[in-house]
Write a protein that binds this ligand. Structure first.
Ligand code: THU
Length: 137
């Protein structure tokens, strides 16, 4: 996918969000920056729990933050995590993004220790077959 304007800024914001990560069990901080259609940015970090399955990923935290503030249309997501090479969002987070975003939705990835190693991909490339259910309202 081609680079978009504001990509570097979104990656920087995501890397700052990773600094807020609560990840004492994995020691694997992840940060996300989600840009709304209007250009506002909402952040998220992973929030772990002693009951491991209750852990929330950075991407879903960012979506919940934005939706809670009244936003449901998004332009791009940056995810920063891992060392040396970028991490890809997990399947659960991709499915949550697919609730609000089209397949061409840009996802920008970068490792924590070198933000210049940015990769741009899309929701459709990472999750080609979304689970879809007809909405009742
Ligand atoms: N994690 C994320 O925040 N996003 C993902 O897409 C995958 C994994 C977090 C969850 C957990 O706190 C840590 O990374 C290790 O799995």
């Amino acid at each position: 996918m081609k680079p978009m304007t504001g990509m570097k800024a979104l990656v920087r914001v995501a890397s700052k969000a990773a600094q807020q990560s609560y990840s004492p069990y994995s020691l694997f901080p992840v940060g996300a920056g989600l840009m709304t259609a209007g250009g506002a940015i909402y952040v998220g970090c992973n929030v772990e729990n002693a009951s491991f399955g209750l852990t929330i990923c950075a991407e879903r935290t960012a979506v919940a933050n934005a939706v809670s503030d009244g936003h449901q249309k998004f332009k791009a997501l940056a995810v920063v995590g891992g060392m040396g090479k970028a991490v890809h969002p997990c399947g659960a987070c991709l499915q949550v993004l697919a609730e609000f975003c089209e397949p061409d939705f840009p996802i920008i990835l970068a490792p924590l220790n070198d933000l210049s190693k940015m990769e741009v991909t899309s929701l459709g490339a990472l999750l080609p077959h979304t689970f879809v259910l007809k909405k009742k309202a």
